[in-house]
Structures are given as structure tokens and as C-alpha cells.
Design a protein around this ligand. Structure first.
Ligand code: MTE
Length: 320
């Protein structure tokens, strides 16, 4: 593991919750008000969690966004990844992502907004506003993980750019560097990786920009230093290592939709009723839960109450 220099927006160590308290704290949170109903299926025992790694700790307020399911063990969260810029294997990101340089990160903001420009992480992330949200990440490959993310609501960040009233969509791009990202030597996707949301989806309270997980700064393989987490959509919408944001009035290109439009739509809402052309989406493998641990996939990944109204009147099979 590469030791990362202190992130400028990291709290001083004396203010940070000791990492050993992490799981205890999580149990307290789980006892509090839970916005999302407990899974109807019994969650399997997940076994030993290794605990956070070596990245600097982040302090964060716990919020009401939590799940009663067991957390996916840290080793699985950081060792079983999709980050095609580092290769197609699930362990490629953990092996290669240390090559990515995330110092002095900036995000270019362009398009239909009053305040375009280049923003540092410090400009964008108010460390006092960091929250912890436990969201399930449900991959289109029919597996899922429950991850304690740390970050801020996407809406709070986007508002700073003062999007124009004509901005109907927002597009995100991942950092690209062929020397650091061996997977980008191959035209697996049209690099750089890109994703997009309709503005009202982006401004929904659940859409989240993560800068950490498990109480620490985001490991590179999980999309350091800043990535999207859109919990009601398939994981591929949750674009990693964002370095460019563009406000547009037309539906933007997204990497997976460009590469296989029949398989991956623009909306990409978790929908157990729409099978992927090559496999069912009715249930999902619980990563870290043992060989046979599965759960039934929920509409909008369980967040129907918060997001279904965004899609009123839309055919969610056609608009997949
Ligand atoms: N972002 C980039 N830049 N490149 C990718 O390959 N994969 C997506 C998404 N974001 C991907 C990405 C997919 S398919 C999933 S399931 C999630 O990241 C996985 O996030 P995780 O590795 O943190 O679990």
C-alpha cells in the first residue's frame, strides 16, 4: 500500500474517531432512525472485517441514511472492484490503482452554469459537512455490497456552480492518464469514462459525492479522490475519480450506453423487472456473504420512496 500524503481537507488526527471505534459507531447508527426498511431477507453473517487500511482518517457526521444489513468487509470493498482503467479483473484496481496520482486534484466545470472554472477539492468539499451514508452499491453484474461512504450531497456541490435554468443534464468524466492507467491502452470503452444524470436526478437528496469510505480517505481503487454514488442506480453510474463536470441541455453520452446501448441505458435504474439481455436482474449475490449468499433485488435498490416520482409516467423497461 502506498502511503498517501495528508489530504488538505482531512481533519487533524486529534479530532478523528479512532478507527477501532468504527464498527461500534456503526452499530449505534444502525440503532437510530433508519430511512430504508430492513431487508426482508435475513442478511448472512459476513465474517471478520479486516478494518480500514492505511489511508488518513476522515471524521464525518452520521446521517439517517443507513441500512440494517451487515457491512461488506473492508477487504471486499477495496479488493473486488470495477475500475476498467486499471484492467478488467476484479483485483486489477487494487493491484494497479496506486499508480494514479491524486495530489492537487482539480475538477474542471464547463457548460451551462454561471460559475464555470477549475475547482480544487478544498473549494468543493467543506470538511465540516462530511456525512457518512451507508448505501448498497448494486452492480449490473447482479452482485451488491453495503458500504459506509463518506462525502457530501451532490446537490450541495453542484449548486456552487450555479447551473443555468437551461441546464437539463450534468455529465461527469473520469481522469485519464495512459501511463498510470494500464487498462486505457485498450479500447474497451471510449476513454475517458463518462456518465450523466438528468438535473433533477442529480439534485435528489440521495445522490452523493464520496471522498471516503470506512472512516478513511477513499482508496484509489474505489475512485479517489472523489466519485459519485447514486444508490438507486446500477453501480456503473457511480463514476470514479471525477475531474470534469459539464452542464448541458441535451442528454449526454455515457460510456456504457455508448458501448452497448441495448444492454446499458441512460437511466440505468435498478429494476428487477428488466432483465439484462444476457442475465436476470431479479436477485443479486451478496459480496462478502459467502458463496451462496443472495438477496432479492429491490426496485430502485430499495429507494422507491425517495426517487420513484422522478420517473412518473416513464416506461422504465424502455427507458432502462
Ligand atoms: N468509474 C470508472 N471511471 N471506471 C469504471 O470502470 N466502473 C463502474 C463504477 N464506476 C467504473 C466506474 C462499475 S461497473 C461499478 S459496479 C462501480 O464503479 C464499482 O465501484 P467499486 O469498485 O467502488 O465497488
Amino acid at each position: 500500500m502506498i502511503k498517501r500524503p495528508d489530504a488538505p481537507w482531512q481533519l487533524k488526527t486529534d479530532l478523528v474517531t479512532p478507527k477501532t471505534d468504527y464498527l461500534n459507531r456503526r452499530q449505534i447508527m444502525a440503532g437510530g432512525a433508519s430511512m430504508v426498511a430492513a431487508s426482508s431477507l435475513a442478511a448472512p453473517a459476513l465474517g471478520q472485517t479486516s478494518g480500514p487500511g492505511e489511508n488518513p482518517a476522515l471524521n464525518a457526521r452520521a446521517t439517517r441514511y443507513t441500512l440494517s444489513d451487515d457491512l461488506t468487509p473492508y477487504d471486499a470493498v477495496t479488493g473486488y472492484n470495477n475500475f476498467y482503467e486499471f484492467g478488467l479483473g476484479k483485483d486489477d484496481p487494487a493491484r494497479h490503482a496506486h499508480r494514479m496520482t491524486t495530489d492537487n486534484w482539480s475538477i474542471e466545470v464547463e457548460g451551462l452554469a454561471e460559475r464555470p472554472g477549475s475547482y480544487s477539492l478544498d473549494d468543493l468539499i467543506d470538511q465540516d459537512a462530511l456525512e457518512e451514508r451507508i448505501y448498497r452499491l448494486r452492480c449490473v453484474e447482479a452482485w451488491s455490497m453495503v458500504i459506509p461512504w463518506i462525502g457530501v450531497p451532490l446537490a450541495d456541490v453542484l449548486r456552487r456552480f450555479e447551473p443555468s435554468s437551461t441546464a437539463r443534464y450534468v455529465q461527469f468524466f473520469t481522469y485519464q492518464n495512459i501511463l498510470e492507467m494500464p487498462g486505457t491502452r485498450f479500447p474497451v470503452l471510449d476513454w475517458p469514462y463518462r456518465e450523466g444524470l438528468r438535473m433533477d436526478e442529480a439534485m435528489n437528496e440521495l445522490a452523493f459525492l464520496a471522498v471516503g469510505l470506512y472512516g478513511e480517505v477513499l482508496p484509489n481503487q474505489n475512485g479517489a479522490p472523489i466519485r459519485l454514488v447514486v444508490p438507486w442506480k446500477y453501480g456503473y453510474k457511480s463514476i470514479k475519480s471525477i475531474d470534469r463536470i459539464v452542464f448541458t441541455d441535451t442528454q449526454p453520452e455515457t460510456s456504457w450506453n455508448q458501448s452497448a446501448p441495448r444492454e446499458y441505458g441512460f437511466y440505468s435504474n435498478v429494476n428487477p423487472n428488466r432483465a439484462h439481455p444476457r442475465w436476470s436482474q431479479a436477485s443479486e449475490r451478496v459480496i462478502g456473504g459467502g458463496l451462496f449468499a443472495r438477496r432479492e433485488t429491490e426496485m430502485f435498490n430499495g429507494y422507491e420512496a425517495q426517487v420513484a416520482s422522478l420517473y412518473d409516467g416513464m416506461d422504465l423497461i424502455r427507458n432502462h
